[in-house]
Design a protein around this ligand. Structure first.
Ligand code: PMP
Length: 449
């Protein structure tokens, strides 16, 4: 593996995990979370496999937080990126960027809705949501927003205010005003109801929130199509339709946050809003677009994009490297039918996990779409007491067995499975076998009450 030359007096760029951990603790923000009792470096990747600094091999079922969508070190993506790096790596949006323009066209084509015809590129999901808030506030002349509880929209001053989890929100002070509505989380309905006899109360409550918590004409409603950090919470099929009908009556814009759900991860559709059959006024994307190169952006209507009357640039947004990588990644996803694979293997994995659920009372809920699957762990099926304290142990035991999995959920008790879309049923079976064994160990250690 490549090792950079000595960079400072405190040490070299090393691959020794203990040394790295000590130096990280001394130099980076203490708020930066790390996985595992003994955190690791992912030193190398190949497809859906990764290796740590000691050469141990793992199946990667988290993809760098739902981002490595085509797999690691894909030659068809690396090749064009290397060529672009050698030609020119940075120009800024003050100059024509051929790959950026072609990428915008691709995204508009994939949205396949005549209303969504304009794209602006950023460097991250956070920055893309900031753009969505700015555009909405310009269009509506109001900085009021509605968001869902358990949402995650980013780590900047405005997006933090729309992130409905105190664990992720170091401050609530912000330039925008956000009112929250209960999320469509049927396993733990915030209104204590049951689907479908609830008659979509959570969606209908959006109207009461507009009427009571805002000035009556907020700028926009923002929601992830499937809540990501919140634990892969999938709304009922009718949810967004009911909400949109209310938004339209009040003239409120709908921002779909597709940062985790886009590019075929959910199997049935390219974007979550397409799956739910409700066109937003704008949708926001990032993570998987360039398979790990930094990029984000927003796709919206002519009218909303035209609302920006001032000058606009982004130094790095849609830069030649990330845009070239994104184009190659989208081509790879299409030519290898990875959305279709996400549907087939995702459905298979979900079925097999439901069998695991039957064997293990620790598993309260299995949910998801495509290869975005959440497994919520509880100490008691009847009370649904979250098994939060056991999640780190599950992750550590899975790692010892060669499986990297993610964590999430408002209670921190949901395993998140989001591998590259290239996995086959063989890898799905390995994941199931490891989790089956690990759940048995945790249950034997007394996790259940
Ligand atoms: N929106 C959602 C739904 C996300 O999951 C995230 C990141 N986890 C973001 C926005 C922010 O993206 P980034 O970390 O690229 O700023």
């Amino acid at each position: 593996m490549a090792t950079a030359p000595e960079v400072n007096t405190r040490g070299t760029v090393t691959h020794n995990a203990a040394d790295l951990l000590r130096r990280q603790r001394e130099s980076l923000f203490p708020s930066v979370a790390l996985y595992y009792e003994n955190p690791i470096e992912i030193a190398r990747g190949d497809g859906f496999r990764v290796w740590d600094g000691d050469g141990n091999e793992y199946l990667d079922f988290f993809g760098g937080i739902v981002t490595v969508i085509s797999g690691h070190a894909i030659p068809e993506i690396i090749g064009p990126v290397q060529e672009q790096l050698a030609a020119v790596s940075h120009t800024s949006t003050l100059f024509l960027i051929p790959s950026q323009i072609a990428l915008a066209e691709q995204i508009i084509d994939r949205a396949a809705d005549p209303a969504l015809s304009r794209v602006f590129f950023t460097n991250s999901g956070t920055e893309a949501n900031e753009a969505a808030f700015t555009l909405s506030a310009i269009a509506r002349g109001n900085p009021e927003f509605i968001a869902l509880r358990h949402s995650y929209h980013g780590r900047s001053f405005a997006t933090l205010a729309a992130t409905g989890q105190s664990t992720w929100r170091p401050t609530s002070i912000s330039g925008i005003n956000v009112s929250y509505v209960g999320n469509p989380y049927c396993y733990r309905c915030p209104y204590g109801k049951e689907y479908p006899s609830c008659d979509l109360f959570c969606a209908k409550d959006v109207e009461a929130v507009i009427q009571t918590a805002t000035n009556g004409h907020p700028a926009a409603f923002i929601a992830e199509s499937v809540q990501g950090v919140g634990g892969f919470v999938v709304p009922p099929p009718e949810y967004f339709g009911v909400v949109k009908e209310i938004l339209d009556r009040y003239g409120v814009l709908y921002i779909a946050d597709e940062v985790q759900t886009a590019w075929g991860r959910i199997g049935e559709a390219e974007f979550g809003w397409q799956h739910f059959g409700v066109t937003p006024d704008m949708f926001v994307f990032a993570k998987g677009l360039a398979n790990g190169l930094p990029i984000g952006g927003i796709c919206t209507t002519d009218a909303i994009a035209g609302g920006v009357r001032t000058l606009d640039i982004s130094t790095f947004g849609g830069n030649p490297i990330s845009s070239t990588g994104a184009l190659a990644n989208l081509a790879y996803l299409t030519t290898h039918h990875l959305r279709e694979n996400a549907k087939v293997v995702g459905d298979y994995l979900m079925d097999r996990l439901r069998e695991v659920q039957e064997r293990h009372p620790l598993v309260g809920d299995v949910r998801g779409l495509g290869l975005m699957i959440g497994v919520e762990l509880v100490r008691n099926r009847a009370t649904k007491e979250p098994a939060t304290a056991y999640l780190a142990r599950v992750q550590n035991l899975a790692k010892e067995r060669g499986l990297v999995i993610g964590k999430g959920g408002f209670h921190g008790n949901t395993l998140r499975l989001s591998p590259p879309l290239t996995i086959t049923k063989t890898e799905a079976d390995i994941c199931v076998r490891v989790l089956d064994e690990v759940f048995g160990i945790i249950e034997a250690e007394g996790a259940l009450t």
